[in-house]
Design a protein around this ligand. Structure first.
Ligand code: SF4
Length: 193
């Protein structure tokens, strides 16, 4: 079979057609290689963190079934069983894989001290202790028991809570209970699910 240079490039670009032209069909091989990518992965169902639509995603992880192996995310796709997005993802959600593996992704709590010009990493235990101390101090100093007319209000207007779109109904239930018990009245959540 003789091919002009132009025909050769056309064939090369058309993938499976190349195999047919050269006498074999490579479609099954291509389909097999696509399937193998997630064949041995662990599926974790999660929620896209970008916007309030809260689309369901499946995160495929390799290597978490053996000792001394660091799990590696190899693929993220829309969850076809999720009633919100039924397997679809917008371009932001479709790029979630790169967000998870980005070397600039924050993995530790950070704090910027008063007067400082930079953020510093702190351990989780320290972050939780510091937050708890600030919440207690602020609430103790600003709690309002009665309003101007003497009505009992028991509220704390100096603390606000804003939740993220990956917070589930169950987490939000606990958040509302906790915030209401502190008297916090300014609480909101990005998610609308
Ligand atoms: S996939 Fe797109 S629409 Fe869905 S939650 Fe993520 S950013 Fe929002």
């Amino acid at each position: 079979m003789s091919l002009s240079r132009r025909q050769f490039f056309k064939v090369g670009l058309s993938g499976g057609a190349a195999g047919l032209l050269f006498g074999f069909d490579i479609k099954p091989a291509l389909a097999q290689s696509r399937g193998l990518k997630i064949a041995r992965t662990t599926e974790t169902h999660s929620i896209c963190p970008y916007c309030s639509v809260s689309c369901g995603v499946i995160i495929h992880t390799l290597g978490d079934k053996a000792k001394n192996v660091t799990p590696q995310v190899v693929h993220v796709e829309g969850d076809p069983d999720d009633p919100i997005n039924r397997g679809t993802l917008c371009p932001k959600g479709a790029s979630l894989y790169h967000d998870i593996l980005n070397d600039r992704r924050l993995l530790k709590p950070q704090v910027r001290r008063p007067g400082s010009d930079h953020w510093e990493d702190i351990p989780w235990d320290q972050a939780i202790s510091e937050i708890a101390r600030h919440v207690k101090k602020t609430r103790d100093e600003t709690f309002i028991e009665t309003d101007d007319k003497g009505n009992t209000v028991n509220r704390c207007e100096s603390i606000a809570w804003n939740g993220g779109c990956t917070d589930t109904n169950e987490i939000n239930y606990l958040i509302v209970k906790t915030m209401r018990s502190l008297g916090v009245c300014y609480l909101e959540n990005q998610a609308r699910v």
